[in-house]
Ligand binder design. Structure first.
Ligand SMILES: [Zn+2]
Length: 290
């Protein structure tokens, strides 16, 4: 690693550790991961871990005196022809460079890693006996060794869907969105599939895995209605941020173990949904009886 005997890590050392755990070649072809901003020789003493690089999380990193932000979501995913400070993302890039803050992204390469993003989510729910929801194809760069998207495991004890929904709301990072679930509230759940982030593409994997329930984010009316009507697993729709935030503790711990750095994990909820109102219980009861 080139840091033994040295009290300070350089950015290149941090990148080597992160690339070792989340090789960029494991990312989807459309994804953009790795070092986005930064001088490899720059010293790094403090690292701020965030899901989203937005002005608020950059301000948080600056407040903490971090020299590096490790983010899950790419700041620049599509082709960019300008980072002028007159644009939203350009202003962020300016903020970073002016303040000597580097940016590193581990996205779909962290999703498929073992342990990866969904291991941290599964751990929050206390799931055990984990296996990938969709194992990585053996011929892909990330193939083998338990790597893949999502995880399937057993709850500490069986609970109804209604209980699981409350339990998930208590154990996942809090958001205005909370948790909503689709299916019979009395259904008994033992096996749970989870996938951090948008999970509609893995609905069939959860059915094939014989999960009783699948917890993910960004689910939609029609696919969910049909899936539940066809007898698929119950579905739990959490805030996207809340499903990926648990991973930040894992990556921060790994960095502290392998490098002479301090870490800060952002608790700032960057989910775009900021307000939630539940209807009066009496109105819901009346509606479900009619
Ligand atoms: Zn995501």
């Amino acid at each position: 690693m080139g840091v033994s005997g040295s009290p300070t890590a350089r950015l290149a050392d941090v990148v080597a550790v992160l690339d070792g755990r989340y090789p960029p070649s494991w990312a989807e072809a459309w994804d953009r991961v790795g070092l986005v901003v930064g001088e490899p020789s720059a010293p790094v003493r403090r690292i701020c871990c965030v899901v989203d690089v937005v002005p608020e999380t950059v301000a948080e990193a600056l407040d903490h005196g971090a020299e590096l932000i490790v983010a899950h979501h790419p700041l620049l995913l599509r082709g960019v022809s300008s980072v002028a400070a007159t644009t939203y993302k350009g202003r962020i890039v300016h903020q970073l460079i002016k303040n000597d803050v580097a940016l590193y992204v581990a996205h779909t390469n962290a999703d498929v890693a073992n342990p990866g993003v969904s291991d941290a989510l599964a751990a929050r729910l206390g799931l055990t006996g984990l296996r990938p929801l969709r194992p990585t194809a053996p011929d892909s760069p990330a193939g083998g060794q338990g790597r893949g998207i999502g995880r399937v495991g057993q709850l500490p004890s069986p609970m109804t869907l209604a209980e699981l929904t409350g339990y998930a709301a208590e154990t996942l990072p809090p958001t205005a969105w909370g948790i909503r679930a689709a299916g019979d509230p009395a259904r008994v759940i033992r096996t749970v599939a989870v996938s951090g982030g948008a999970g509609d593409s893995y609905l069939e994997d959860a059915r094939r895995a014989r999960a009783d329930a699948f917890l993910t984010a960004d689910l939609r009316h029609h696919p969910v209605s049909e899936y539940v009507a066809e007898g698929g697993p119950a579905l739990l729709d959490a805030a996207h941020w809340a499903t990926e935030r648990p991973w930040l503790d894992d990556v921060a711990g790994y960095l502290r173990t392998h490098l002479p750095v301090e870490t800060v994990v952002s608790e700032l909820d960057t989910d775009p949904w900021t307000v939630h109102a539940a209807p009066p219980a009496s109105a819901v009861d009346k509606e479900s009886r009619s």
